[in-house]
Design a protein around this ligand. Structure first.
Ligand code: SAM
Length: 237
């Protein structure tokens, strides 16, 4: 998401609220969170880059030995994380930072893992984000990223989410929020047809090359996450 999108749709507070009500409250998303948690088993000090409302952090911190840093440049997202998603014990073990993932300043070489879910496709360029991420990891630290791949069908994804709400009997109650998410999505799609680079989508080969260039190794890739709309890549420093 970027400011242009929100200027032409809703304000950040509404977008953050719609994101919390719609995007993280469905089975597809829950499945994606499980896919992210699994390769992080055994990793305790974790940064979530573009953490949004903090749902993944809360899930990771169910393990009491863990600590997390959540970075997001939308304060309204962090407010939802702080006030509604993280419980008091999780909050004590979390540092929430309002900053850009490309420029955030954190101690270098100190984190066990960095995770980032559905953020890469929003960035102007992947390199500053990947280089920053690499710096913060310990040697042997792990990076886990999911983001839409080049074959992602955004309209189908929204249709899948609508269907999921209908199946749960929550559709009418959440329709106003579903419509905001659809509006933001349409805005993105419009930008994309004018400018192919409005979304950063990657093939297997492209993401692998970027990670190797950044210095990562032991790269594994799958494209079945988020009902097949996303890739999930795991790489080690
Ligand atoms: C689609 S949401 C994903 C949120 C969360 N990771 C999840 O999976 O639910 C994208 C998030 O990335 C944040 N974001 C996008 N670009 C960013 C940047 N350059 N720096 C920091 N945060 C960014 C947005 O504010 C938003 O919260």
């Amino acid at each position: 998401m970027n400011e242009e999108v929100t200027e032409q749709t809703e304000n950040w507070e509404q977008v953050a609220r719609a994101y919390e009500k719609v995007v993280i409250r469905n089975l597809l998303y829950e499945g994606m969170m499980d896919d992210l948690v699994q390769p992080l088993e055994g990793y305790d000090h974790i940064i979530d880059m573009g953490c949004g409302p903090g749902y993944l952090i809360s899930k990771l911190l169910k393990l009491k030995t863990r600590k997390a840093v959540g970075v997001d440049f939308v304060e309204e997202m962090l407010q939802i994380a702080r006030n509604e998603i993280l419980d008091p014990d999780e909050l004590k073990r979390t540092q929430l930072i309002c900053a850009e993932v490309e420029n955030v300043n954190l101690p270098e070489g100190t984190f066990d893992a960095v995770v980032s879910s559905n953020v890469l496709f929003n960035l102007k360029s992947p390199q500053p984000f990947l280089s920053n991420t690499y710096k913060f990891l310990k040697k042997g630290g792990r990076l886990v990223i999911t983001s839409p791949h080049t074959k992602c069908n955004f309209n189908q994804l929204i249709a899948d989410i609508r269907q999921d709400f209908k199946a749960q009997g929550n559709f009418e109650k959440n329709l106003q929020y579903i419509e905001i998410v659809e509006k933001v999505n349409r805005r993105f799609q419009g930008e994309r047809s004018e400018n192919e680079k409005a979304f950063m989508l990657f093939t297997n080969t492209e993401i692998e090359r970027l990670l190797l260039e950044t210095g990562f190794s032991k790269i594994t890739y799958s494209d079945t996450t988020y009902a097949g709309h996303n890739f999930l890549v795991v790489a080690d420093k």
